[in-house]
Design a protein. Structure first.
Length: 95
């Protein structure tokens, strides 16, 4: 699991381990391809928005380096999604 929030990483890893899964977490995307090549990882939980490297860009780089193989990737965000009406109103100033 990779997320720039240490709290989210620690919580998610603990929940997965409590459920019987072997889980590890990182707060940085850098170095992920090396870790994937060294360890047998079946599933990667990956934050969409990270400061240094976005989740989708990381998946693209991993794929180019052949580090994905049969790896399943789940992209997620801890940021709440705005409702459609709220997204339309973003950027508009109220009088």
């Amino acid at each position: 699991m990779i997320d720039d929030s240490e709290l989210i990483v620690l919580t998610t890893v603990a929940l997965l381990q409590d459920a019987g899964y072997e889980a590890v977490g990182r707060t940085e995307a850098m170095g992920t391809s090396s870790a994937l090549l060294k360890e047998r990882i079946d599933l990667l939980l990956l934050d969409v928005e990270m400061p240094a490297l976005s989740g989708p860009k990381l998946v693209e780089l991993l794929s180019e380096r052949g580090a994905t193989g049969k790896l399943r990737v789940v992209l997620f965000s801890s940021r709440p999604q705005a409702a459609p009406a709220e997204r339309r109103d973003e950027g508009r100033r109220q009088p």
